[in-house]
Design a binder for this molecule. Structure first.
Ligand code: HEC
Ligand code: HEC
Length: 257
């Protein structure tokens, strides 16, 4: 017979009453008693409705924090912590209730899978925490587009450590971004620490620049997808064969035909 864990074992009525149920009944009775003698049960602060209120942040502070945060917990954590910790300082509750540690999974394109760049993953989560969906999607789209087209690390972050050769990722995928950088720098992807830390800072700063513009009512989407996307999608998109979807540059992986 398999060994049963404590939580799998049948709960007797007595144990149940003494345990959870007893606690709940006791809590209800207890709070009434506390009320009767004029004492309030310790209040749980309310979690406000999403999206939470954003306040403008300093992109340069966040850029440096992103770099430092990478060293602590990787790219996804680095961006999320950079933005979150600033909101925790400037706003406090409810941001203080979110542990930045939940973003550690995103390192290396999510658990090392080389998929979505963790810096983008963390930034998108933070953007969506403070923006309604209708605003989040164009903001994230803009951030991803900027990431694909911009030579990273920027001059601003390149000074945080030994200089790296900037490279254009052309893709939001960790695998492609990293490979293109390693090729540009003439090194191995295992040497990525400085480059990815700086890129983490740059992504955090860019996310904050976009959020600040949005907050000021000045965000204007400017990203234009890779040429191939428009071309290929006329036939393969929802108005054609509808056999694929996406905004990544198609000819990175497919031959034109
Ligand atoms: C003028 C319309 C048209 C355009 C533009 C077009 N395709 Fe296609 N593509 C087709 C058709 C038709 C097929 C065959 C579909 C089938 O067999 O179901 C196809 C097939 C494919 C396939 C599948 C091949 C296979 O083995 O099933 C891929 C991948 C593909 N196209 C990618 C692209 C990419 C990438 C671009 C842009 C660089 C592109 N296509 C542009 C019409 C188009
Ligand atoms: C990161 C690489 C990558 C990118 C970028 C990419 N694709 Fe693909 N695509 C794939 C792979 C891998 C498959 C699966 C191929 C297979 O199983 O034969 C696929 C499958 C397809 C298919 C085939 C569907 C079928 O019925 O067989 C089409 C059509 C297609 N892609 C079009 C596009 C278009 C259009 C774009 C640009 C918007 C694009 N792809 C971007 C990697 C990519």
């Amino acid at each position: 017979m398999e060994r049963q864990e404590a939580w799998q074992q049948p709960v007797s009525r007595r144990a149940f009453l003494a345990g959870t149920g007893g606690f709940l009944a006791g809590a209800a009775l207890g709070s009434r008693l506390l009320g009767a003698v004029g004492l309030a049960a310790p209040a749980q602060p309310d979690v406000p409705a999403w999206p939470w209120t954003y306040v403008p942040l300093d992109p340069e502070v966040v850029r440096r924090k992103g770099y430092d945060g990478f060293m602590e917990g990787g790219c996804c954590y680095g961006v999320a912590w950079a933005i979150l910790s600033e909101l925790q300082e400037k706003v406090g509750h409810p941001f203080t209730g979110v542990p930045a540690d939940m973003f550690r999974y995103g390192a290396g394109g999510a658990a090392g899978w080389g998929t979505l760049c963790g810096a983008l993953n963390g930034a998108a989560a933070m953007i969506n925490l403070v923006t309604p969906q209708s605003d989040c999607t164009p903001l994230v789209n803009e951030l991803f587009g900027w990431y694909c087209d911009t030579a990273l690390p920027t001059e601003k972050s390149n000074g945080f450590g030994p200089a790296n050769v900037p490279s254009v990722a052309g893709s939001p995928l960790c695998h492609i971004s990293l490979s293109r950088w390693a090729e540009a720098e003439g090194t191995k992807v295992t040497e990525r620490k400085q480059r990815c830390a700086k890129l983490t800072g740059d992504v955090a700063a860019r996310a904050v620049e976009l959020l600040n513009a949005w907050h000021a009512g000045q965000f204007v989407p400017a990203y234009v997808p890779a040429e191939s996307v428009g071309e290929c999608m006329t036939c393969h998109g929802p108005d054609g064969l509808a056999d694929t979807h996406g905004k990544m540059d198609c000819v990175q992986c497919h031959e034109p035909h």
